[in-house]
Design a protein around this ligand. Structure first.
Ligand SMILES: C[S@@+](CC[C@H](N)C(=O)[O-])C[C@H]1O[C@@H](n2cnc3c(N)ncnc32)[C@H](O)[C@@H]1O
Length: 491
C-alpha cells in the first residue's frame, strides 16, 4: 500500500499573507533605521529625545505636518525591545482610540492604481503591485511622498525568509523549513515574471535596478506589516499604525476598524482607526494581538518572532488517497462527496484533540480487505457516518500502525531531540534566531509525540473497541448488552 500520509508543509501561494524570502537590502542611499534593543524607559520621553533616531523624529514631524497626528493623539513612536513601537504619552483606557490614519495615507492596490506605475501594475496580483510600489517609492528617495515613512521601515526582520543557510540548518527537518524554502521559491519565481513583464519593459518608470533581494525586502515588509482583516481591505499598509507590536497578553483581535470621519480641517474620509485592547499608563507600549490562529511556525515566517506559549505549537498532517490504491476511484468519490479531496491537510495543535474529520479520512484511506464491501455504491450515502466509528480491528490497527510509523519517521528527521532542545533553552544566551529555531523544532516534535501517544493508546485498546459488524448486529437486535450473540430459538 502506498504511504497513507506524507509529511509536508501546506503552502498556499494564492495569497501573499499566507506565503513568501532572504536578505540584505542595499537599496537606496537613504539611511535606514537600525534596530536597537533599548529599554522602554530609556526612550520616549520627549519629541527631541536624542535616543529617538533622526529618521523617526522626521517621520513624526511629517505626520504632524500632514495632520495625521495632533496634540490629542495619545501615542507616539518609540524605540522598544521589538524595534520601533507605539508608546502611550498619557494614560489610556481599554478601547480608547489611539490613532486614526486617513485613507490618503494607506498603501494598498487602489493607491498603486492611482500612482504613476498604476497602468503597468493593473493586471498584477495585489501583493505584487504593492511590493513594486514600495520599491518604486523607496528608490525615488528624496522625491518620494513617502520618504519619511520609507526611512523608518526596517531593512529586514527575523523572518526565516532572511535566514542564512547556516541559520536554516537549525530548523532542519521542520515543516517551517519546507515552508520557508517553498515561499522563497515562490517569491523568486514571481520576481522573475514581474522583472520580465513589468520592470524591464518599462525602463522609464523603473530606471533603477531592482534585485531579488530588494524584492524580498518588499515581500517581508508586506508580510509583517500589512493589515488584512479590515472590511473591504485585504491588503493594506497603514504607515504609523504599522509601528504597533504584538503581545500575547492581548487575547482579542478586533482592535482595528475602518470608520468615516474628519481627515484634516475641511475634509471627511475613511479613517483607519486603532483602539488599545489594554488599559495603559503613560510611557507604556501599546500592543495588539496579530493573529490568534497562527502557529509559531507561521509567526516565525511572517513576523520573525514566536511565543513561548505551547498552544502555538502545531504540525500539519497531509493525508492522501493513493492513485495506486485499488479502490482509488470509490474512495475519491466518497471523499469528494464529503467535502475533502484526494489530499487532505489537518492542522494538529498541541494540547488539542485531533480534528474530527481526520479519523474518518484515515479510516477511509485504510479501508480494504473484507471491509471493502462498504465502498460499494449502495452505502455511498451512509459510509461517511459509518466512518465516524471504528470499522474493523484490521482497519483501526492499520491506521495506528501507519500514523505511528510516520510520526517516528518525522521525529527522526530532526537533528535534535526534545530533551536536547530543552537543555539548550535552559542554558540560555541564545541569539533571537536560534531561540526561534529551537522553539519551533521543539514545538513540532511535541505535537508529533502527542499524535504518536494518541495512536499508541488507541493501539492498546484495539481489542476493546466496538466495530462496524458488532454495531450492525446490535442494531438488528442480534447482540446482547454483554456482546453475546442472541440466537433465534423456536418456542
Ligand atoms: C508591524 S511591525 C511593528 C513595528 C516594528 N517593531 C518596527 O520596528 O518597525 C511587525 C514587526 O515588529 C516586530 N515585532 C512585533 N511584535 C513583536 C514581539 N512581540 N516580539 C518580537 N518582535 C516583534 C517583528 O519584527 C515584526 O515583524
Amino acid at each position: 500500500m502506498a504511504p497513507l500520509f506524507t509529511i509536508n508543509p501546506s503552502i498556499s501561494s494564492s495569497s501573499i499573507l499566507k506565503t513568501p524570502t532572504k536578505t540584505h537590502f542595499p537599496l537606496s542611499k537613504t539611511h535606514h533605521f537600525k534596530k536597537k534593543s533599548l529599554s522602554l524607559n530609556s526612550v520616549l520621553s520627549t519629541q527631541t529625545d536624542q535616543k529617538i533616531p533622526q529618521t523617526v523624529q522626521k517621520f513624526w514631524q511629517w505626520l504632524k505636518d500632514e495632520g495625521v497626528v495632533s496634540a490629542k493623539t495619545p501615542v507616539k513612536p518609540g524605540v522598544v525591545p521589538e524595534g520601533l513601537g507605539l508608546v502611550a504619552t498619557r494614560d489610556v483606557s481599554r478601547n480608547d482610540v489611539v490613532l486614526e490614519v486617513p485613507k490618503k495615507f494607506w498603501i494598498n492596490p487602489d493607491a498603486v492604481a492611482a500612482s504613476e506605475i498604476g497602468s503597468v501594475c493593473s493586471g498584477l496580483k495585489p501583493w505584487l503591485s504593492v511590493a513594486l510600489f514600495l520599491l518604486w517609492e523607496k528608490f525615488k528617495g528624496e522625491e518620494s511622498k513617502w520618504r519619511y515613512y520609507m526611512d523608518v521601515l526596517p531593512e529586514s526582520t527575523n523572518s526565516t525568509i532572511y535566514w542564512s543557510e547556516e541559520e536554516l540548518v537549525e530548523i532542519q527537518g521542520t515543516q517551517l523549513l519546507s515552508t520557508t524554502l517553498g515561499v522563497k521559491e515562490y517569491v523568486q519565481s514571481e520576481f522573475l515574471k514581474v522583472e520580465e513583464e513589468i520592470i524591464l519593459p518599462n525602463k522609464k518608470l523603473f530606471p533603477f535596478p531592482i534585485t531579488l533581494d530588494d524584492f524580498f525586502w518588499a515581500f517581508g515588509i508586506l508580510r509583517s506589516r500589512a493589515f488584512s482583516r479590515l472590511r473591504n481591505q485585504n491588503l493594506v499598509i497603514i504607515p504609523f499604525a504599522d509601528l504597533i507590536n504584538h503581545s500575547a497578553k492581548v487575547t482579542t483581535e478586533d482592535h482595528a476598524q475602518e470608520v468615516r470621519g474628519a481627515a484634516g480641517l475641511f475634509s471627511w474620509d475613511y479613517l483607519f482607526q486603532l483602539r488599545s485592547p489594554l488599559s495603559l499608563k503613560a510611557g507604556e507600549q501599546v500592543f495588539i494581538q496579530y493573529d490568534l490562529n497562527k502557529s509559531n511556525a507561521d509567526m516565525a515566517l511572517d513576523y520573525g518572532f514566536i511565543e513561548s506559549n505551547p498552544d502555538r505549537d502545531a504540525f500539519t498532517l497531509t493525508l492522501e488517497i493513493s492513485e495506486s490504491d485499488e479502490f482509488y476511484a470509490d474512495k475519491l468519490d466518497i471523499a469528494e462527496l464529503n467535502g475533502v479531496g484526494e489530499t487532505a491537510y489537518f492542522d494538529i495543535k498541541y494540547g488539542q484533540p485531533l480534528p474530527t474529520a481526520m479519523l474518518l479520512y484515515l479510516r477511509l484511506v485504510a479501508l480494504g480487505g473484507s471491509d471493502a464491501f462498504l465502498l460499494e455504491s449502495i452505502f455511498r450515502n451512509k459510509i461517511w457516518s459509518f466512518l465516524e466509528l471504528p470499522i474493523s480491528r484490521a482497519n483501526e490497527g492499520l491506521i495506528c500502525q501507519v500514523v505511528r510509523t510516520a510520526c517516528k519517521s518525522a521525529l527522526s528527521s530532526y537533528h535534535t531531540t526534545i530533551e536536547e532542545d530543552e537543555k539548550l533553552k535552559e542554558e540560555g544566551n541564545l541569539s533571537a534566531r536560534l531561540e526561534m529555531a529551537i522553539g519551533v523544532r521543539m514545538g513540532e516534535k511535541r505535537v508529533l509525540q502527542q499524535i504518536d501517544d494518541i495512536f499508541k493508546e488507541r493501539e492498546s485498546e484495539l481489542d476493546l473497541l466496538e466495530y462496524y459488524q458488532e454495531r450492525r448486529l446490535k442494531d438488528l437486535g442480534l447482540v446482547g448488552e454483554q456482546g453475546d450473540i442472541i440466537f433465534w430459538e423456536p418456542k
